[in-house]
Design a protein around this ligand. Structure first.
Ligand code: P6P
Length: 337
């Protein structure tokens, strides 16, 4: 068996080769990876750990928080506060940013995360995950504020997710391609199992919540109708559909075998650009997908070019196989806004 490459060795060798993983960033990634192992242990306990079900609280999105949402958030906060690599953190589960307390040294990075994405799947034993995004602190003169986080996704220093499924897999980019690490539960190590992941440019598989069809805008209806028309239709081929309702699981499938994921704007809440959050869902996934040769747009614009106006901003998402995302985007651009 070829020599197993650990996460630490991967990061050291990436730094040696490309020089873009300074010590603080390497520490940040290793701390997040260790926190994901702790989250995986809680998730895997399920009913035995008394961690299922809802907490008696709502998050900033007005969504009922699951116990595991809160546990996962606390694990990430506690793991990252003391290391001196971070200035502050932001989370889907917290209204405002969490600045590293004065008793600890502040570092050069900002960490954003959705601690446990796919909460609706927690109690029914379907894959869920942790999504994270890393930005550099850009303003050294004053104290950290929410404005320091409002950077477009193209400024990310790193991004990744951990999917808690049949395997526990950490997927990471620091801007030099996408690597996948599988958790070896016997040793507790993250082992490199895929490197330089590439998404096929074409696909026959789309992911969208079809129950929203009557609310979609014309470009999305056109695209999905054409897929559903199959061989006899304008696409000349049959399509398959998948929808896990856990972004991490859907994106992991796309990184692994291709596909196109759509969570578009719809008429249910016209003032909201989409359901998914820009800073800690769409941006990290867009970074990973682009690094794997795919595309990620909001239907009209590259997601990583969107300049955020607020921390918990939402965005429409179309991501995955390059030629399919381009087609959906072209349909939007050909249609009046
Ligand atoms: P719907 C999970 O709540 C999430 O934020 C994403 O992980 C997922 O892709 C989407 O929402 C599912 O939304 O409306 O299909 O339940």
């Amino acid at each position: 068996m070829s020599s197993r490459i650990s996460l630490t060795r991967y990061l050291v060798e990436q730094q040696r080769e490309h020089g873009h993983i300074p010590a603080q960033l390497r520490l940040l990634i290793e701390v997040v990876a260790r926190a994901c192992k702790s989250i995986a242990i809680s998730v895997n306990k399920g009913a035995l750990g008394e961690v299922l079900g809802s907490a008696a609280s709502e998050n900033v999105q007005g969504e009922i928080q699951k116990k595991l949402d809160i546990i996962s958030n606390e694990v990430l906060i506690e793991a990252n506060e003391w290391g001196g690599h971070l200035a502050a953190m932001a989370s889907e589960e917290m209204d405002s940013i969490h600045v590293v307390p004065n008793r600890y040294p502040q570092g050069e990075y900002l960490l954003l995360f959705d601690p446990l994405d796919g909460s609706s799947n927690i109690d029914v034993n379907v894959s869920i995950g942790t999504i994270f995004s890393v930005l550099r602190k850009v303003n050294n003169q004053r104290g950290i504020s929410e404005e320091d986080f409002l950077q477009p996704g193209k400024q990310q220093a790193a991004a990744g997710y951990c999917v808690y499924g049949p395997q526990t897999t950490l997927v990471l980019t620091v801007g030099e391609g996408v690597a996948m690490f599988t958790l070896d539960r016997e040793t507790g190590s993250w082992v490199l199992t895929e490197d330089q992941v590439q998404i096929p440019e074409d696909t026959k598989e789309f992911a969208i919540n079809m129950s929203n069809m009557r609310h979609w805008d014309a470009p999305v209806k056109r695209y999905i109708d054409e897929c559903l028309s199959g061989k006899e239709g304008p696409r000349g081929k049959d399509f398959n559909m998948r929808w896990v309702a856990s972004m991490v699981a859907d994106v992991h499938r796309i990184l692994t075998r291709g596909g196109v994921f759509l969570y578009p704007w719809d008429k249910r809440d016209p003032d909201k650009p989409g359901k998914l959050r820009l800073m800690y869902e769409a941006n990290p996934m867009a970074f990973l997908v682009e690094q794997a040769g795919g595309l990620a747009t909001n239907g009209r614009q590259r997601i990583m070019d969107v300049v955020p106006g607020k921390l918990h901003e939402r965005v429409a998402v179309v991501l995955g196989s390059k030629n399919e995302v381009q087609r959906v985007t072209d349909y939007h651009l050909a249609s009046p806004t």
